[in-house]
Design a protein around this ligand. Structure first.
Ligand code: GDP
Ligand code: MG
Length: 239
C-alpha cells in the first residue's frame, strides 16, 4: 500500500527538513507532502530544494495564509489524485513523534481511520500550560457529549485515513479550520460508517517556532459541534 504524510506548514523553517528526515528514518517508503501557505520565512524554498533531490518529497505552495483546513483539503485532494492508499497527517513542529507513524500504519490494517489520541490511557501532553491543556480536554468532552461521537481526542492532528474514507467526504464543502476541521473530518468519517480507532500517543509542545493557535479557532470549534449535530438531526441522520 502506498502511503503519504501530509504536513501543513506556516513558518516552520527550523523544523521542516528535520521532520522530513525523521519521517524517512522511520518509514522510508512513505512519501511526504508539505502544504505551505507561502511562509515568509522561506519554508517552501527549503522543501523545494529537497524535492529536487528526493522523489518521495512533494510540495504544494499556496499564495498566502489561507487556513489550515483548506491546506489539509488541498493535500488530501493531491494525495487521492496521485493514487495513495493511506493518507496520514501530522504537524511539522515535532509535537507528534514520527516513530508513532509505524503504529498508525500498523493499526490501519484493521480500521479505516486511526487517530493518535492524547486522552486515552490518561492525559499525555507534555509542556503545555495548564490553561491550554484544560481547554483542549474540555473541548473534547464537549464535542463527545454533544455529537455522541465515541472519540476521546477529536481535535488532534495526528491521524491515518484509508483513501476510501476521504473519497466519501466532499472536501470542497469543508470550510472549517483548526480544531473544528479535525472534529468535522472525524465526524463525517464516523457518520459515513468508517471504523474509527484511537491509539495512545504522547504530545509534546513545540521547541522551535511559534504556535498559530488563536481564540477564533476555539469559538469556531464550539459552534461547529452544534452545526454538525443539527445538520444530522435535520437530515434525519443522513448527513
Ligand atoms: N499551511 C498552513 N499550515 C498551518 C497554518 N496554521 C498552522 N499551520 C501548521 O499546522 C501545524 C499545527 O499548527 P501549530 O501552530 O503547531 O498549532 P498548535 O500545535 O495547536 O499550537 C504546524 O505544522 C503549523 O505550521 C496555516 O494557516 N496554513
Ligand atoms: Mg504545534
Amino acid at each position: 500500500m502506498r502511503s503519504i504524510v501530509c504536513i501543513p506548514t506556516y513558518n516552520e523553517r527550523e523544523n521542516i527538513l528535520r521532520m522530513i528526515d525523521a519521517v524517512h528514518a522511520v518509514v522510508p517508503d512513505t512519501h511526504v507532502l508539505v502544504i505551505d501557505d507561502g511562509s515568509p520565512d522561506g519554508t517552501s524554498q527549503l522543501v523545494a530544494e529537497r524535492r529536487a533531490i528526493d522523489e518521495r518529497v512533494h510540495l504544494i505552495t499556496r499564495s498566502g495564509k489561507l487556513g489550515l483546513g483548506t491546506a489539509y483539503c488541498a493535500g488530501f485532494a493531491y494525495a487521492l489524485e496521485q493514487g495513495f492508499d493511506l493518507i496520514l497527517q501530522m504537524d511539522a513542529d515535532f509535537s507528534h513523534d514520527p516513530k508513532d507513524l509505524l503504529r498508525l500504519l500498523e493499526e490501519i490494517a484493521n480500521y479505516d481511520l486511526v487517530i493518535g489520541s492524547r486522552y486515552i490511557q490518561g492525559v499525555n501532553v507534555i509542556n503545555w500550560p495548564m490553561s491550554r491543556l484544560l481547554l483542549s480536554w474540555f473541548a473534547n468532552l464537549y464535542t463527545r457529549v454533544i455529537t455522541g461521537m465515541p472519540v476521546a481526542d477529536a481535535t488532534g492532528g495526528f491521524k491515518c485515513y484509508r483513501s476510501d474514507v476521504l473519497r466519501k467526504i466532499d472536501l470542497t464543502k469543508i470550510r472549517s479550520n483548526g480544531y473544528a476541521f479535525q472534529i468535522e473530518m472525524n465526524y463525517k468519517a464516523w457518520r459515513s460508517g468508517a471504523r474509527v480507532h484511537e491509539i495512545p500517543i504522547i504530545f509534546m509542545d513545540r521547541v522551535h517556532g511559534v504556535s498559530k493557535m488563536s481564540k477564533n479557532i476555539v469559538y469556531e470549534a464550539a459552534f461547529l459541534v452544534w452545526k454538525l449535530k443539527l445538520t444530522t438531526i435535520f437530515t434525519f441522520g443522513r448527513a
